[in-house]
Every structure is written in C-alpha cells, then in structure tokens.
Design a protein around this ligand. Sequence first.
Ligand code: HEC
Ligand code: HEC
Ligand code: HEC
Ligand code: HEC
Ligand code: HEC
Ligand code: HEC
Length: 452
Amino acid sequence: MISWRKHYKKGLIAIGLLLSTSASIYGQDGDPKNGEKLFKANCTACHALGKQVIGPDLKGVVDRLKTEQGLDTDWLHKWIKDNKALRASGDKYANEVFEKFNKTEMLAFPNLADKDIDDILAYTTNPPVEEPKVDPTATTATGTANATPANNTTSSIVIISLIAIAGLLVWILIKLRQLVKLGQSEELTGLNETRVKSFSEIYEKYHYIGKGLLAILAILATYGIWNWIMWIGVYKGYKPEQPIYFSHKIHAGEQKIDCQLCHSSAKYGKVSEIPSMNVCMNCHRTVSEYNGKYLEPGKDKAFYDGEIQKIYAATGWDAEKQQYTGKTTPVEWTRIHNMPDFVYFNHSQHVVAGEQAIINSFNKKNPDNKIDVVCKACHGKIDTMNVVQMANDFTMGWCIECHRTTEIDMNNGYNKEYFKNLHEKLKKQYPKDGGKITVDAIGGLECGKCHY
Ligand code: HEC
Ligand code: HEC
Ligand code: HEC
Ligand code: HEC
Ligand code: HEC
Ligand code: HEC
C-alpha cells in the first residue's frame, strides 16, 4: 500500500513540474503579436530568431541571459533602451557582449515603452511558428522555385506525442489514486474487492496493448525530436519582409535584367552582395513610376510608385529639382541566405569555374525544369519570385549531394591550369561512369575545403 502511495506522490510531483515548466515557457507577460511587429520594424536589420545575423540570435534570449549570466528582464530593458549608457555604467556583461561582437554598435531605442519591450521579449520567447519555415521532407537539391511553405509536421508530431503521453500519465495516476483509496479502507468491501480484481484482470488482459501504445508514443516522440534537432537552422522557404518591396519577378523576369548587373560581385569573390542604392539609381533616376503590365494580385500602380519613392528617400534624390539633397538613409535589407561562420562558400568558384558543369548537370537531372542561369541551380527560379525565398535547405548534405553528382569540366580555364598533372591520374583513379570526374574527385568532400 505504502509504495502505491509513494509512487502516486512522485507522479503528482512530476506532473506538477511538467506543468510549471511549460507555464514558464508559454506564460510570458507581453503580447508576442505586437512584439513581432515591433521586432520586425526595429530589430530585424541586425537580429533574427534562430540564428546570429549582425547581432546575436535572440531566440529565447530572456531564458539564455538568465541561466548563463544571471541577468533579469530589467537588464534587458536597460540594454534595449540605451546599450551605450549601460556599457558606460561599467556593466560587465554589456561590455563583454560588445567586445564579442567586435564593438559593433547596436542602436538605442529610447522611444520603446516598457510594455513594447515586454512584447518584443515575449515574441523572442514564444514566436509564432510560421516563420522561419521548415520543410522536413526536403533533403535533396531540386532547385525549384516553389519552395513549399511552412510545414510543421515535425513540431505537431512532437506536440501530439507529448499531449498523448501526458494524457496517458493522467489516466494512470487517476487509476492509481483509485487503487490507493481502495487500499486505505481497512477492509475491502466486497464491491471494492471485485474492483481491485477486475482492475488487475484488465491490467492482465490489456497491459500489452498499453505497453505497445507507450512504445509507439516513445518512437514518435523520438522521431519528432530527432527531426526537430536535425532541422534547426534550416530555412528553406525563409522569406522575410524587406524595407523596399523589390520584386525579382519584375526586374529579373519582366524586365530581363541580368542577375549579375546587380549582384556583380558574385563573379569575383566569395560574397554575392546586395546592390548599393547607386545601382538602383542608375535606372531609377529616370524610372520614377511603374508602368508595367504585370501587377501582383493585391498590388496596384500606386503601391509600386510608393516603393520607388523609397529609393529617392533613401538616396536623398529630389526628383523635381533632379539633384541629390545630400540627406541619405541607409536601406537595411534583411539577409536571407546566411551560412554559419565556420562554412566557407565561394560564389566565384561556382559561378565562374563551375558554371557550365552546374548548368549541364542540373538540366540533365531536371529535364522538365531547365535553367539558363547558373544561379538558379542553387537559388531556384528567382526571376519568378516577387519576394525572394530560399529555394533549397542549404545544408551540408545539400552541398555534398551536388559535389558527388556534378561532373566537372576538366578543360575549363580554371581546372586546366590548376589540375594540369592531376588530370590523367584522376581519370585512372575514377574509372566509375566511364571516367567521369565529379567534384568529389578534386577534393569537394574534404572537410577543410568548406570549413575553416
Ligand atoms: C544596428 C544593428 C542592431 C539593431 C537594429 C538591434 N540590435 Fe540588438 N544587438 C546588436 C549587436 C551588434 C549586439 C551585440 C552586442 C554589441 O555589439 O553591442 C546586440 C545585442 C543585443 C542583445 C543582447 C543579446 C545577447 O545575446 O547578449 C539584445 C537583447 C538585443 N540586442 C536586442 C535588440 C532588440 C530588441 C532590438 C530591436 C528593438 C535590437 N536589438 C536592435 C545590433 C543591433
Ligand atoms: C535590379 C537589381 C537586381 C537584379 C537584376 C537581381 N537582383 Fe537579386 N537582389 C536584389 C536586391 C535589392 C536584393 C535584396 C532584397 C531582396 O531580398 O529581395 C536581392 C536579393 C537576392 C537574393 C537573396 C540575398 C540574401 O539576402 O540572401 C538572391 C539569392 C538573389 N537576389 C539572387 C538573384 C538572382 C539569381 C538574380 C537573377 C535571376 C537576381 N538576384 C537579380 C537586386 C537584384
Ligand atoms: C537596370 C535597370 C534597373 C535597376 C538597376 C533597378 N531597377 Fe527597379 N525597376 C526598373 C524597371 C524598368 C522597373 C519597372 C518599370 C515599369 O515597368 O514601368 C522597375 C521597378 C521597380 C519597382 C516597382 C516594382 C517593384 O519591384 O516593386 C521598385 C520598388 C524598384 N524598381 C526598386 C528598385 C531597387 C530597390 C533597385 C536597386 C536594388 C532597383 N529597382 C534597380 C529598372 C531597374
Ligand atoms: C552552388 C550554389 C550557388 C550558386 C550557383 C549561386 N549561389 Fe548565391 N548563394 C549560395 C550560398 C550557399 C549562399 C549563402 C552564402 C553565405 O551565407 O555565406 C548564397 C548567397 C547569395 C546571396 C546573398 C549574399 C551572400 O553572398 O551571402 C546572393 C545575393 C546570391 N547568393 C546571389 C547569387 C547570384 C546572383 C548567383 C548567380 C550569379 C548565385 N548566387 C549563384 C549558393 C549559390
Ligand atoms: C549545384 C551544385 C553545387 C552545389 C549545391 C554546391 N557546389 Fe560546391 N562546387 C560545385 C562544382 C561544380 C564545383 C567545381 C567547380 C570547378 O572548379 O570546376 C564546386 C567546387 C567547390 C569547392 C572547391 C573544391 C576544390 O577542391 O577546389 C568548394 C570549397 C565548394 N564547392 C563548396 C561548396 C559549399 C560549401 C556548398 C554548399 C553551401 C557547395 N559547394 C554547394 C557544385 C556545387
Ligand atoms: C561541400 C562543402 C562541405 C564539406 C566538404 C563538409 N562540410 Fe560540414 N558543413 C557544410 C555546410 C554548408 C554546413 C552548414 C549547414 C547548415 O547550416 O545547416 C556544415 C556543417 C557542419 C557541421 C555542423 C553540424 C551541422 O550539420 O550543421 C559539422 C560538425 C560539419 N559540417 C563537419 C564536417 C566534417 C567533419 C566534414 C568532413 C568529413 C565536413 N563537414 C565536410 C559544408 C561542408
């Protein structure tokens, strides 16, 4: 009897703990919806949830600072309102994190009310699930433009499994409680005796089913958690709002402007930069309004004209006087693609040296979905997207898959020079597929090639 009672108490404590931890996760003060708006308006230039951008990853920052630094929300309020003042006051962590981010200045937000900051923090603690988007079914490079929108099956599996397990626990506890109660009455009445008996009979009969159910739940939960862990930081379909509604469909699609006119650095180096506002002004000094036939559903000429005006506001262009006023405000595009710091990816290697190899290989694999521009093999059909979204998952598996299957052109300028002597040797070493040499043969699977 006593042991029943003990277990019953333990069970209650366990459930209590479960409930209280989930309450501390989900029971934040503040309105995450409003927080999301404020966050997008003020913070996304430098912060994201789930990854580091210019500033630290702010997902769960309240809990992180509390557990790692022992700092409370009071500190966060001070930091967000005026981080400089906080640093000047000699605050230890404020100075530490500033050093850690190479003394990059965060803006001060003296205008945010305490309630606003609580809302933002609620958002960082408990963001709505639809963004960033996760697609657990995508494991291979397809390069299609239609990245499937948010697919939250994994998190639903986790949640459903947890709810089911919790339900089962509650049921067992209720049953135990009944048993304990029965045990407490000194003499079992005839009725209770049969109850106890029938309960053990039921247990005898059905415990295999119960155990089976538990096993299935455990497997589901493990599967869900595994998937969740594997896909942290994968942002296929990620599609943030930008400060100017710049449409690739209109520029690269309708107007057929070459990708590299704007992203000219892709050819020469590691990074393919977002064009500066001067590049926009090359055309928009004269293109001051939108007269295109194409209108995205829900948008009209007035909307596009307004967006073009933002270019003038940012560059300080006075369209009437046709001169610059000298007052500029930088446009802070939200970065969409962002590899972790420990990955080395070089555009030029792929856009120049690998160009033909990648296009040929992609078109062979996707005969119904051919591409003309190398960029689309990795970024999808950007020229059909009004808003850029990540077309692949950009994981290590994705890089490797392509390196394994893309036959390189040993005669292109780069490889001919570089692999003069190796070429013949490689041909002998790689007799598979009749001497086809894929990227892995030249070291495309070596850790050090992609990792610092
Ligand atoms: C101009 C870029 C920029 C903007 C805009 C910005 N931050 Fe920051 N933030 C940073 C940088 C950089 C750091 C790292 C510390 C440093 O260098 O000062 C940081 C640090 C932080 C930290 C400390 C996090 C930690 O992990 O220790 C918090 C909290 C924070 N920012 C919140 C916000 C909020 C909330 C907003 C919007 C209201 C915001 N930031 C807007 C750049 C920015
Ligand atoms: C007229 C200039 C222009 C042209 C042409 C253009 N882009 Fe862009 N591109 C931009 C601007 C501005 C942004 C940043 C805003 C955004 O994300 O939409 C951008 C963003 C991107 C991004 C996302 C960058 C990030 O933040 O990770 C990719 C990828 C990209 N462009 C690829 C292409 C490809 C591929 C083409 C050709 C099919 C192309 N672009 C043509 C101006 C241009
Ligand atoms: C090579 C010329 C060229 C460049 C460079 C260029 N644009 Fe455009 N842009 C156009 C043309 C042409 C139109 C459509 C005008 C029409 O159809 O009437 C347009 C339309 C627009 C529109 C309205 C449609 C939309 O996409 O929302 C915006 C906003 C815009 N451009 C922003 C930008 C920005 C920001 C940049 C710099 C990153 C830029 N453009 C660079 C030529 C250019
Ligand atoms: C082999 C795949 C591949 C090809 C081909 C490719 N990109 Fe990228 N692109 C990437 C990856 C990976 C990133 C993320 C890089 C990072 O975060 O360091 C990226 C990032 C970008 C960005 C964001 C800025 C940056 O460099 O991080 C732009 C803009 C871009 N690509 C444009 C282009 C254009 C334009 C082309 C064609 C001329 C192109 N890309 C071809 C894989 C590719
Ligand atoms: C669409 C196919 C494709 C994808 C995706 C791709 N690569 Fe490549 N990569 C190539 C090709 C083709 C070459 C060889 C180019 C050449 O030199 O001919 C190459 C070469 C390289 C090299 C040089 C290898 C060497 O030995 O010189 C590095 C490093 C590299 N890629 C890194 C990456 C990283 C990191 C990613 C993922 C973020 C990636 N690649 C994704 C096709 C791809
Ligand atoms: C072709 C390029 C490439 C090669 C070769 C490569 N990696 Fe990676 N690796 C990546 C990219 C890209 C990421 C980042 C993936 C992400 O952000 O989801 C990554 C991430 C990782 C991570 C972090 C965990 C994760 O999955 O995000 C580890 C650990 C790692 N790589 C180890 C290795 C080791 C060990 C090797 C050699 C056997 C290796 N890598 C070879 C491109 C490569």
